[in-house]
Design a protein. Sequence first.
Lengths: 438, 298
Amino acid sequence: MTARTLGKAIRTAALASAVAAAASMGGAAAAKNTIKVAIVTFLTGPAAGPFGVPGKNGAELMIDAINAGGLPGHSKGFGGATLDPVFADEAGGNSKQVAEYRNLVEKQNVDAVVGYISSGSCMATAPVAEELKKLTIVTICGTPSLFEDEPRSYVFRTQGSAVGDSIAAAHYVTQFMPDVTSYTGINQNYAFGQDSWKFFKQAMEQINPKAKASSNPQFPKIFSGQYGAEISTLSLDRAELVHSSFWDGDIEAFVLQALVRGFFDDKRFAAVVGDSAVDSLGAKFPDGVLIGTRSRSGILIRRDTTDPLNVWFIKAYKERYGAYPVGPSYQYAKAVHFLKLGLDKAAAAAGGFPTQAQMIEGLKGLSFNSVDGKTAMALGGGHQAIHDVGYGFTEFDKEKGEPAATNVKFYAAECINPPEGMLAEEWVDKGMPGAKCD
Amino acid sequence: MQLAIAILLDGLSFASYLFIVSVGLTIVFGVMKILNVAHGSFYAWGAYLSAYLITLFSDMGYPNWFGFLLIPVATVVVGLVLSVIIERLVLRRMYHQDEVLIVLATFGLFLISEDLLLLVFGVNPYFAYQPMAALGNVRLGGISRDVYSMTLSALALIVAVACWWGLTRTRWGKLISVVIHDREIGLAMGLNVGMIYLAIFVIGAMLGALGGAYIAPTISVSPGFGIDVIVLSFAVVVIGGMGSIPGALIGAVMVGVLRAMAVHLMPELELFVVFAVMAIVLIVRPEGLFAPAKARTI
């Protein structure tokens, strides 16, 4: 090689490097045909059947509809690109989730991560998302600590926290069970279970002070499956109402064991996240149980015909999977929808496919209508969602041969969530100032 | 008084279930010196097959009590098929290996089994509540109790008596005792040690499967539920002494009653008490409360 050709080669390499560097820094908007997104949900373990797989189905249905341009009233694609999902299993514990998150980002090079049902998983992976600077949309995890402990730059959550669920439950109990004067709880012994009980009790003390909390609420290990001693303890407790944020196979096991013991004849039961069990147990699930889905979703809006997106979602889901969508199906579908809307907005502003920083700007503070109604990213600096939360009572529809909900009532997002910048516990303690309830 | 009755009944019910599962584990260890992590697989397969059959026959219109006939079917099928496959294909080739390697091999088998369960039965839970519903409930100590869980104590008693009788009052029991004390002497005396090993492994597997098959009607049978059971069973056999049947019984009763006390009086300590007792026993008497005496080999 002569000195002249060597110099030309060096100049060419330098130019190529500069172009590559500029592109990687996100300075220029470039066309992109495909984005690779990890969808994390329980594919194995006790939470897979009632939560993980319905969640995956909801995400899959939404992704396919958007990729094909089949989502009513929406354009095709995610900021013009096709989404290529990589499904990952949430089972196996928090350490495994951290390792799996790193694997998805560093080895599989995903553009974003969508998922996480368990509060344990989202609390473990959120710091890693911040460290690796990767856009992550949390779908279901309910602990308020996710955004109250520290601000997040790369993490969003499209599901309201357990605070809103619990305050709405306290309102519902007060309104629809006015005769209740005492209550206890059985909640799983981890972040979501403890938060659910703590905020329900705190909200009851403010909204319904005449009702007294038991001194012996139960906190069995998550996925423990056997509740003989707990059912005895709750039966011996004089409390009239039992609050539970059990989900996954635990709610089904508890209901089956309690049912045979005549528990529901003596106690009133509030299953604030129990909708998946209502469908899986069918006619066996007792009537008159307070039931929730953590949003405007599942059994609570199954017969609603006013929202075209919900009508489309139920029809498409039933045709594809042969079952009704439950809460997690809605929550995963909404997270994917949120990603699409943010990317579309960012792409329009950038004039091409956005960089990650532009995507995050597009997603921050977004208000949107999805399959479960209106959601506003109003807390956590525009990273945390608020939305309506409702409850109803279970009633098996013998004519149609399927479960249904009666006395359904939704509480507005502004009624059940603290204002931006205020800690939930402090807000509830102060009597929820500024809450806009009808 | 009401509280004491509740603690006792809840404790015995849980202890009965733990005993049925852990006695198989301790028998296999006592005779074969194998710490079989795959024991949780027998439990899980027993539960799945039992739940599947009960649901299937219930859907075909069979009465709720018919499930009681299907529980032994699931127990025998799982116990025989799985144990023979595992013993013949894997363990038989490893008897001369280090014990740690055998533990790792059985752990591997457990993980494989979990994935096979997913492939065969899928991720959706099974609800086989029919036998439990058939027996209804009774009021005892001021609260309502399901009769089915109380029959678990009777079953545990039958299992305990059968194990004691089988090992101490039968010819097979005496042959097994020889192998427990010295495998080589047994071989020198012309015993078919391989066959005894297989028979013991089948019995241990059937007991694990029986625990799963019998508990299936009371739970949501879903993937991954065998893990917790094997952990608790280890706690039981460590407390009682590995290889000791009376030890498994006492260990199960201790774990069951202490857990019930914690749930009723201080729920935060539910898990702590179980493993605290195990830790104390390991510190004070590392071989467990009722570990069989070992002959000194010169």
